[in-house]
Structures are given as C-alpha cells and as structure tokens.
Design a protein around this ligand. Sequence first.
Ligand SMILES: Nc1nc2c(ncn2[C@@H]2O[C@H](COP(=O)(O)OP(=O)(O)OP(=O)(O)O)[C@@H](O)[C@H]2O)c(=O)[nH]1
Length: 329
Amino acid sequence: MPSREDILNAKILVVDDSPDNIELMEEILREEGYTSVSSTMLPEQVCPLHRQHNYDLILLDLQMPGLNGFQVMKGLKEIEQGGYLPVLALTAQPSFKIAALEAGARDFISKPFDLLEVHKRIHNMLEVRLLYRELAQYSRAQQELALHDPLTGLPNRRLLEDRIETTLQHASRNHHKAAIMYLDLDGFKTINDTYGHAYGDEVLKTVAQRLLACSRKEDTVARLGGDEFMVVLGEVGGLADAHGPAAKLVEAVSEPIFVNDLKLQLSTSIGISIYPDDAETVDALISIADYALYEAKRGGKNRFCATSAPAAAKVQAPAVKPELATPRG
Ligand SMILES: Nc1nc2c(ncn2[C@@H]2O[C@H](COP(=O)(O)OP(=O)(O)OP(=O)(O)O)[C@@H](O)[C@H]2O)c(=O)[nH]1
C-alpha cells in the first residue's frame, strides 16, 4: 500500500486555460502538502509532458480552446498502453461528467471546487495509481524471476530455448550458421563437498560472470541448472568459427577463483553443435551438444569437443589436468 509520503510526493500536472484556476488548484495542493505539482495552460503540451514526466495524476480541465479535455485524453490513451489513464477531469458542466468517465477519466471534480471533495478524490486517485504501479513492478519482477536463474541472474532453460529458437530463425533468414555450446564444470561436486554449498554458489556466480565477459552482447549465456551452462553464438560461418570462442571459455573457467581466503581452481568441458549442419531443431541441437560434451568429458575434461554422430567424435583441444583447490598464497 502506498504510504502518505509516497502520495504527497506523487507527480501532479494541472491543466487549465485559466491562470486563476491554475493558481487556485496549485495553492490547494501545496497547502495539503503535495510536493511535486506543475501546470500548463497549453492542452497540446499535455501528451509530450506526460511522455517525459510520467505523471501520477493529471488534473484536466475539459473545456479549453484549441484541444479540449476529451481530445487530450485520446492522446494520453496512446501513451498509457497499460490502460490506466491518470486523469481527474475538472468540469463545471454536469453533463460532461459521465462523458469524461466514458472517455477514460478515472474520476471528476466539479467546479466551483468543494475543498473536501477535491482532497478526497485526489488522494483516492493517487492511492489507486500508485498501487497500480506497484502491481505492475511486482508483475515485471515475477516475470523476470520465471525466466532467470536467481543465483547468477542468467537466463534459465525456458528463456534459453526461446533465445535459441530466435537465433535459428535469424540464422536461417540470413543464410549463416549458429553454434550451441553446452558447458558442464569439471570437479564442481568436490568443491561443494570440500568447502560447502556457499563456496560452490560463489564459484557458479564467478563462472557466470566470466562466461558473460567472454561473450559478445548478441550471444546468449544461460544456466541450465546445477553446474551446467550454455553459450549460443548467433552468427558463425561454421564449426571452425566456434573453436576460438570455445577455447576462450575453457581458458576463462580454468583461471583461479578466489572465494574469501581460498584460491579454488576448476575447469569446464564443452560440447558444440552447429545449426544447420548438425540439426535444425532446438532439441536436436541441444542433445547433439550434450553428446559432444560427454565425449569431451570422456576425452579427459577441460576441453571442447564437436561431434555430429557417436562414431565421428573428435576432441578439439589438448587436455590440461584440472587442479581442484589450493590454499591462497
Ligand atoms: N553450490 C551449488 N551446488 C549445486 C547447485 N546445483 C547443483 N549443485 C551441485 O552441483 C554438483 C554437480 O554434480 P556433477 O556435475 O556430477 O559434479 P562434477 O564434480 O562437476 O562432475 P564432473 O562433471 O564429472 O566433473 C552436484 O553436487 C550438485 O549437488 C547450486 O545451485 N549450488
């Protein structure tokens, strides 16, 4: 629920063609304690101003020369795509009240002003407006949570599959290829077992940062769960173009990771599949990359491998035996 302070700090715009009315309304609002009140006598300025300032409340006179209040509301509806128009109509015409509500105003205030009514209606409208905003923020946060891994902040499997789908469509349209790199850390369980889950979590966070640092902004870096990650390269000419990035990822993960006063070391194995050479669907590309990953593990870990069929497994990098944990210094 918005606090009284939130309500008093809300952004309010007063729109009226009469300077006296504007002065009166500004005074009423100031005396009540509202801190962020501005005004305009130019109805055609309301939409540009709202786009810029995103007002919590617009006190809108309905009868003005040039653009009237109804036309202004039409413009505001295009800005407020979410559908909640923060408009409180000001009118001396009883017949305009229902028309204003039908046009999208949330409420109205009759002229001449009844002070008590003005205060109550403004307060109630702002309360609903701020609640609506809180709800929208909460719903965005929930969507974020549903598509991202809470530990590393990386896209989760659900978002990853969407991203791969989009990458494949893009590659197909532009006649180029895409690479799917499936990573599984080597010896991660030993870090958990030796130093505890919290250390393991720190290692996962650092690995996520390193994978991001090695990637271009158009690539996707995701965590599938546990110690498994995926990196998707959108524009490659073929498998050879994936070798450099894969080697960079292997090297980045093998750099020491410092957690508190411990120097930890682990490595990663990577399996690669290429669209459309190996397969054309998300599931098939992931399972071919998974098979290649298995081959990389079998070949000694700390390496990448690409293979399109079990018989053709080819390990692509020399083995470097992963060290596990050594005390710092
Ligand atoms: N700290 C932490 N550990 C996790 C999390 N999710 C899964 N794990 C652990 O990650 C480990 C993954 O196991 P494995 O991949 O078999 O372990 P590994 O030692 O890397 O095995 P190899 O891949 O053969 O080298 C398991 O011990 C899981 O309990 C997590 O969010 N945080």
